[in-house]
Design a protein around this ligand. Structure first.
Ligand code: HEC
Length: 152
């Protein structure tokens, strides 16, 4: 009897979860197909955080133009616009948090990896900086770990 009840409630939860996913999928339709983990996706590969990312070789603006642009250019679902004040409170969280939110996805509408599944952390970070400043940065001053590889 208990077991029966449990199964029943699990089923209605599933149904709600399914409806929620359908709603998200409908919202994302204009931007192409995005699959949630555990969902049947046909030929499209579902996002897997452990997936090996090859990198896109794109510049910050290149990544933006190819991926982030879809929502952040017009503020779809209140996505913060490039170089807008909407970034101020978000930047206050720190860049690490912004990168993590970008990788995991954020809120109802910000997809994991901003849909750039092959972006490396560095590429995402550069794209985030572009979103915030509207400028293509060549160097970052606060993170100088991997600087000066040049030999003359
Ligand atoms: C499908 C639409 C969509 C795409 C594509 C998209 N974003 Fe977003 N993004 C959003 C929305 C909507 C929000 C605001 C979410 C909220 O605050 O609930 C957001 C918020 C963010 C935030 C702020 C997170 C925080 O902690 O406040 C960052 C950073 C971000 N996006 C980076 C990116 C990057 C980088 C890309 C491209 C690689 C990208 N986004 C692509 C919709 C999108």
């Amino acid at each position: 009897m208990l077991l029966g009840l449990f199964v029943l409630s699990a089923t209605s939860d599933d149904e709600e979860e399914w409806k929620r996913r359908e709603a998200i999928a409908a919202n994302l339709k204009p931007f192409g197909k995005l699959c949630l983990i555990g969902e049947e996706c046909g030929t499209v590969i579902a996002f897997d955080p452990n997936r090996i990312r090859r990198g896109t070789g794109l510049s910050a603006k290149g990544v933006y133009d190819a991926y982030c642009f879809a929502c952040h250019d017009e503020g779809v679902a209140d996505a913060p616009l490039v170089a807008s004040e909407a970034w101020d409170p978000r930047v206050a969280q720190g860049y690490d948090v912004l990168l993590q939110h970008t990788k995991d996805g954020f809120g109802e509408q910000m997809p994991p990896m901003g849909n750039c599944l092959d972006c490396t952390d560095k590429e995402l970070e550069a794209a985030i900086r572009y979103l915030i400043t509207g400028e293509e940065e060549t160097e970052t001053e606060d993170e100088s770990e991997e600087e000066s590889e040049e030999e003359s």
